[in-house]
Design a protein around this ligand. Sequence first.
Ligand code: HGY
Ligand code: MN
Ligand code: MN
Length: 430
Amino acid sequence: MRARLDLEPDAVASAARRVMSRCDELARVSAVSGAIERVYLSPEHARVNRLAAEWMRELGMTTRQDAAGNQLGRLDVAGAPDARALVIGSHLDTVPDAGRYDGVAGVLIALEVVRLLRRPTEDGGWCSPFPFALEVIAFSDEEGTRFGKALLGSSAVGGQWDDDWWALEDADGMTLREAFRDFGLDPGRIGEAARRPADLVGYLEAHIEQGPELDRRGEPLAVVSSIASARRFQLLVEGEARHAGGTPYDMRRDALLGASEAALAIERICRAEHHIVGTVGQLEAFPGAVNIIPGEARLSLDLRGEFDGERDRVWNAISRELDAVMGRRRLAWGAREVHSAPAVFCAPLLQDVIREGIVATVDAGPPATIFSRAGHDAMAIGAVTDVGMLFLRNPDGISHHPDEAVSSEDVRLGIRALAESVAHLAAEPV
Ligand code: HGY
Ligand code: MN
Ligand code: MN
């Protein structure tokens, strides 16, 4: 059993305070006054990258923005500039009307772990004390808020970029390719963001749970076993627009009612399952006038499961049910898949070192190991290296909402546990 790190308690406590105050600082970088919204390739994205780069340089890290707009910092092994790297990070982009800790806390905790673990070099700089370099990454688009496809920044790092994505459009009709150029990135160089497995030791991410399990257990930290597989669809329901007054019910083909029945059917089917959740987050009726029966309705479906097979079986059940619903209502419907990510299982070794890190930090029984229903950048990085995640308690589990919270005390424990986990990993023959 490796001895606990000899970390100054005050240093860890001030690290937690710095994370909390920087979460507040980053929350003020928003496209919307009075709410938090930071989307991919926006002026807000550029501003938080500059702030993160400044904080990385303060730690003695070299910094770069990669070809996908992710912000990276690196602390080398003294005398070994080509050493493999342990990457620790999360994302700085947000959903609309976001909380201030989703993703952001993980990036800032990573920086504090580097601050606590780094070693001074003879020339007045800083280096990694381990046989691997320490890298911090601030991913640029985990949520997919602007273009609908999630994990764009981390997919580039994982070498999973799909050129079909260049045609994705935002709400203003700007394509991803145009937005890249507008941000100062060259679409032709996207391949340069990809990391080689041989250059990496692994990836660790600290993140708020975004669910109530740790809060219900009364525990501050947990090991993540796997990350839910997700599929996202845009569904289109087509009926017939007609006069809201003159059209008797037996002549109506109301697309909104079909979409509404679909949303309720999705809930009913998913609730009957054990580890499946389906959410309709967007629902629009067209043409959208009060005195016209909606001839068209568009709704989103976010479908997740612990295992890809279960999730796909439920999607087939939903499809059959929607065929029946639309048939009864003489409507047509179709689905366009806009995102798909397979379930990712955290590497046993990284689960173990995170478990050891929590045990070394929290004087309680063995920590919980839970599966993440929320998606994370770790899903995309899993394509090139082993991944591990540490969850922090999220009071009430509320997230993707301004009331999203995390306590400074749990952040203090999370910083300490992640630092211990890194030290445990360094003691392994990786
Ligand atoms: O949607 C998710 O699960 C993640 O928060 N982007
Ligand atoms: Mn999120
Ligand atoms: Mn997140």
